[in-house]
Design a protein around this ligand. Structure first.
Ligand code: U2F
Length: 460
């Protein structure tokens, strides 16, 4: 049975129903971006018929463990008040892509839904029935919370470990996938917190799908950035203002940054979208705070400001690329020394040794005229960067790998080609000629743990 393009949104929404309140964000985003996804599908089928046609239709279980009640994170609830939206956004884009690519989805945010899907899959005969359909699960896409939920279905998990893909924003380095390796090297792999609560699952590193193409060990899943839409009008005229929008939708992200904000106020007009700003705080005096905005109003504001200013947190969120897509320049806070699990509280428990040289290292690769990376605590350099950014006037820009088109194509390939169940397969994927070799020192470290010798960024 081949996967065919599926542009039936109602069909997709009918599968997102186990706990309706969990899907409010996803449905809104998918509905808003539907025409962009639809267009991206047409383009891909026209441009890459060899890739898009003849793919096997797969039964895919999508289990968002971070939304399941027992995770106690209240992500869906908090999203209304400025909590992390990055994760919800990536899952929305993943689900819509898989659906348009024509796969059969079983979507769950709840342990009883998960149990039903698993039981049905286990009852199904191993081979397709006469109508060519099979209920066996080909792929299980989940997160670390979800994997914990799956551990309650031991036999299923053991039999299907190679079918798991873990949505893992920050990535997991190979040193953290193996419990014993971590135990024996705890000291050199940790700062003040010698723990590995999110690692130790024993999956192949490429079974971890990340937010940005950052970790050479893992696989780049990504997300999609909205194209600028004509119908979204600016809130005010960009050219006649010197407006800077500060990136940080909750007040705690601004903590201790009075001096930085003061420097910005000296050269520009400061705007904010802080959900919980306390009135009377000197930091917010002379700041135009719009409160948390819905997407269209946020985009209107991003179309009006010259600069979107990163102040250090959140790390690696999607918002800077939304700003660049609306024609603003992103100022990326540089970290010197770089932050990592060895020296930073937020990263301390993350299963990666990655060094963050800035708030969004990927923006460093994009560079001018879209992004400027600067030490925001150096007032002279910060003011200079803002003044430079005000004059840059870049055109709205969405990197290909972060577009709906790029994401669909990448996912078509990932689902079809990545195979961890047949280690002896000779036609390895990604193709060897698309791989980039790491530096010698990285190679050496990796060869010690006897795993992957090559890195690959699957841009599309
Ligand atoms: C990241 O998660 P965040 O949700 O904090 O990432 P952001 O870049 O701040 O924003 C995510 C969305 O919030 C939206 C904006 C983005 O799509 O359009 N938004 C909004 O709707 N209204 C507003 O007024 C302001 C922003 C990252 F993605 C996660 O993986 C990390 O866990 C987290 C912590 O580092 O940061």
């Amino acid at each position: 049975d081949y996967a065919q393009m599926n542009r039936d949104m109602t069909d997709l929404f009918s599968k997102m129903s186990d706990v309706p309140r969990n899907y409010i964000y996803h449905k809104k985003r998918i509905e808003r971006m539907w025409s962009q996804w639809s267009k991206a599908a047409t383009i891909n089928w026209e441009k890459h018929p060899g890739t898009m046609n003849g793919r096997r239709k797969q039964n895919i279980l999508v289990h968002m463990g971070f939304l399941a009640k027992e995770s106690k994170l209240n992500f869906a609830e908090k999203s209304k008040e400025g909590g992390p939206l990055g994760e919800l956004l990536q899952w929305s884009d993943l689900i819509v892509s898989l659906h348009i690519l024509g796969h059969q989805l079983y979507i769950s945010t709840d342990k009883s839904t998960l149990k039903n899907v698993i039981e049905e899959a286990e009852r199904a005969p191993p081979c397709p029935t006469m109508d060519g359909k099979s209920k066996r699960i080909d792929l299980i896409i989940t997160d670390i919370m979800g994997l914990r939920g799956l551990k309650k279905h031991r036999a299923f998990l053991v039999n299907n470990k190679c079918r798991i893909r873990l949505v893992d924003s920050f990535g997991t380095h190979v040193e953290f996938t193996d419990k014993i390796y971590f135990r024996d090297h705890k000291k050199e792999l940790s700062g003040s917190v010698p723990k590995n609560p999110w690692g130790g699952h024993g999956l192949a590193p490429q079974q971890h799908w990340t937010f940005f193409p950052h970790t050479d060990d893992n696989t780049f899943l990504g997300f999609a950035v909205d194209q600028p839409l004509e119908e979204i009008r600016p809130m005010f005229d960009r050219q006649s203002s010197k407006a800077v929008l500060v990136y940080g939708k909750e007040q705690y992200m601004w903590k201790g940054l009075e001096d930085v904000i003061q420097s910005v106020k000296e050269v520009a007009e400061v705007h904010a979208t802080v959900a919980d700003a306390s009135t009377g705080s000197p930091m917010f005096a002379d700041v135009v705070n719009h409160g948390l905005l819905d997407t269209n109003r946020l985009y209107s504001l991003l179309r009006s400001v010259k600069v979107f200013l990163g102040i250090g947190f959140p790390l690696e969120g999607p918002a800077p690329f939304e700003a660049i897509a609306q024609g603003a320049v992103y100022i990326n806070a540089q970290f010197n020394p770089p932050k990592s699990r060895l020296n930073d509280g937020f990263l301390a428990e993350k299963p990666t040794l990655r060094e963050f040289t800035s708030q969004l290292p990927y923006a460093e690769r994009i560079g001018r005229p879209y992004a400027i990376t600067v030490d925001i605590h150096n007032s002279t350099l910060l003011k200079k960067a803002i003044q430079e950014a005000i004059l840059l006037n870049p055109s709205p820009y969405v990197p290909k790998e972060l577009s709906t088109e790029g994401m669909l194509l990448r996912l078509a390939l990932l689902v079809e080609k990545q195979d961890f169940c047949n280690p002896d397969k000779t036609d390895s994927w990604p193709p060897v000629n698309q791989m980039q070799v790491c530096s010698f020192s990285e190679l050496f470290i990796k060869s010690l743990v006897n795993y992957y010798f090559v890195s690959v960024v699957i841009a599309h």
